[in-house]
Design a protein around this ligand. Sequence first.
Ligand code: FMN
Length: 406
Amino acid sequence: MYCFFSLWKPSQTTRKLQTFINIQVMTFFQQNKGRMSITNCNREGAHCAEMAMVCLNDFEEYAKGHLSKAVWDYYAAGADECCTRDDNLMAFKRIRLRPRILRDVSACDTRTTVQGTEISFPVGIAPTAFHCLAWHEGETATARATEAVNTCYIASTYSTCSVEEIAAAAPAGYRWFQLYVYRNRKVSEQIVHRVESLGYQALVLTVDVPYTGKRRDDIRNQFKLPPHLRVKNFDGVFEENAGLEEYGVPANTLDPSITWKEIYWLRSLTRLPIIIKGILTKEDAELAVEHGVQGIIVSNHGGRQLDGDPATIDALSEIVDTVQGRIEVYLDGGIRTGSDVLKALALGAKCVFIGRPAVWGLAYKGEDGVREVLQILNDEFRLCMALAGCRNVSEINRNLIQFSKL
Ligand SMILES: Cc1cc2nc3c(=O)[nH]c(=O)nc-3n(C[C@H](O)[C@H](O)[C@H](O)COP(=O)(O)O)c2cc1C
């Protein structure tokens, strides 16, 4: 329509008519675009933009356009040259599938279990810090969204809401707590007791941060939590030795000297399942099993620690082969589509977790935004299952992977 009028050489009167029609046409498209898309709200809740949210990349684009540069850079950061961060995504794209056909996929069941608890589909939320930077309600919004969708939320130690506030926001939600070991063991010990009494159902010990990786943009931006936010789980805890600050807590509080014996120490503190997050080799997977943990998250911290780590999907198989079903193996890093979920499950992950996409959902529309992210992934996963000929998650196995192409 627009091209037609552009090529036509009109008279004075028809030129006016042309302008009128052009305006009408553009208005029509604007109005219908509004009807077909979702109205976005920014973190103050004000109407700000209209944009169809079709896939997780749309949420990324929205977050990039609406968060401040320093906050966006913090969430996006990888270590050093970001090779591992980027490879987490690229490695999924290299994998090809072997779909099966004519298998009555009229009803596909995406449900699964983790640590014996049923969840609606095999995607949970990985622990990420500082949700209040993305949305004013922070982790309480994330907790409500995961409760509504019935999946697992791993709350970060570095939450900007306390573990009590998170539990109160979504009392029926299925939650695990992510833990670090501090030089002052009492700090770790107290938080373990707190989350256990609040009904968190597993401890996720992150083991890939003896020191924080070098994230260049955070250094350039001199990233700091704004004064109105804090790591609420540690209110009052570090005050006496507060000094140089690193990511919301005093520098050098994490203990880089920890070894496998700390697993026994942790075991002595709690009856909760212990899951180790940050394993990338068969040797450490075997040690994890020998030390009696209940699960492993194959993770490179979203490429934020050692640049040069393998993509997690590339590390998964050797760990699954070593563990031989003795404990559950999960994966995070680079999950952006339903087919990524299918590939990870085909290679032996029981469940996967998303980090940055949940934060993009928060930045888009708080609780509703996180729900949309999860819903889109669920829909995509269900569709991929059907197209690959899988009627339930137990039918997803290695035969789905075209190994000759890897
Ligand atoms: C902004 C940000 C903050 C993170 N904070 C934590 C954290 O507090 N504890 C932790 O164990 N992992 C943390 N991670 C790592 C995630 O749990 C997860 O391993 C990673 O984000 C998965 O990759 P993805 O973002 O590509 O999904 C963080 C990751 C990001 C991007």
